[in-house]
Unconditional design. Structure first.
Length: 348
């Protein structure tokens, strides 16, 4: 007899760990029929033998890999955000109780689930995260070099472009900096040049992906969305079918107000800042670019922006523009062939 053979269950809950995975099976009425513990190399054999059923797990590193494997076996997989699983944890907490909570959470009719991403989505998302980390590393190096120079009374202007001009000038001046400091700053400059090359390489890969993908090209017709934002949206959202309407995407990105209402009194606060903060950052940067550089006489959004600016501060206008961009992006993603229609205000 096979040890830990799968028993008939309506739903399985899986608690993922680095090496050990805990599985709990429930019947339709919620009773536990099986509790088991597996290593990563044996859990797939368990689900391969099990009859196709519903499997729930928490959104965490490794959940996407296991979800794709289980879908290949014919199971229906639902990934639940961690904050929605916690209310179903009863009393004490351990891995088995967590797995039982996940199995119960995925059966709720109003539960929200994370999308199972494709390998291509994960690759694009990893490329974006690597590039974002490289940009942050370059900023840290520049700030460190500027701080070193300030200790010797050498002030440098802010910005990557002017730093590349100011630092070589400081290195050429032997009066202010000691030989040891000039050597360290020269090494930092070499590190920055290496990081620059990697950033350029990653950016070119993103641009090539955007050129090959039809949806990305159509997304780039929206004002403020370029190759970075278009590919990041597709990596995070996929086909967009997990959202019923455009506003749900904007809310998922944290671009809508938080609500704290009680006793019939409605209170709307600042934006929630939920969801994917990287995509939200790209959209807000794109919105700021639109506010600054858009020719408002040639686009119908210009009148809308001017009306907002007449009653709001610029940061609120940027967030409102980013939310509008997210809603337009959802419409383009879910509708084949859709593009942004840049109408003249007089025609619109």
């Amino acid at each position: 007899m096979i040890r830990n053979a799968p028993k008939p269950a309506a739903v399985f809950g899986v608690d993922l760990g680095k090496n050990l995975l805990h599985v709990v099976g429930l019947v339709e009425r919620g009773g536990v029929v099986q509790r088991a513990k597996f290593r990563r190399d044996t859990v797939l054999a368990f689900f391969e033998r099990a009859a196709p059923t519903l499997v729930g797990m928490e959104a965490c590193p490794g959940s996407q890999w296991l979800a794709r494997k289980l879908q290949a076996f014919g199971h229906r997989v639902r990934i639940v955000p961690a904050q929605f699983v916690k209310p179903f944890v009863k009393s004490q907490k351990n891995d088995t109780i967590d797995a039982e909570a996940m199995a119960e959470a995925v059966t709720r009719p109003t539960m929200r689930f994370a999308q199972v991403r494709t390998v291509e989505q994960i690759d694009i998302q990893a490329l974006h995260r690597m590039r974002d980390q490289l940009v942050a590393s370059r900023t840290r190096l520049i700030n460190q070099a500027r701080a070193f120079c300030l200790e010797y009374g050498v002030a440098m202007r802010q910005g990557v472009g002017v730093f590349r001009v100011d630092l070589p000038r400081a290195l050429a001046d032997e009066k202010n900096l000691t030989p040891m400091m000039r050597q360290m700053l020269a090494e930092i400059l070499e590190d920055i040049a290496h990081v620059d090359r990697r950033i350029v390489s990653a950016t070119r890969q993103v641009e090539a992906l955007a050129d090959r993908e039809d949806r990305a090209r159509r997304l780039m017709t929206i004002p403020g969305i370029g190759p970075l934002a278009a590919t990041a949206l597709l990596a995070a959202v996929g086909d967009g079918r997990q959202f019923r309407r455009a506003r749900e995407l904007a809310a998922w990105l944290g671009l809508t107000p938080r609500e704290y209402s009680t006793g019939g009194k409605t209170t709307m606060l600042g934006i929630s800042k939920r969801g994917n903060r990287y995509v939200r950052k790209l959209l807000i940067h794109g919105a700021r670019s639109c506010i600054t550089h858009m020719n408002r006489s040639k686009d119908r959004i210009g009148e809308w922006l001017e009306a907002l600016e007449s009653r709001m501060r610029v940061n609120k206008v940027a967030v409102a523009m980013a939310a509008k961009m997210a809603r337009m992006a959802w419409a383009i993603i879910v509708r084949p062939g859709a593009m942004y229609d840049r109408r003249d205000p007089a025609v619109a």
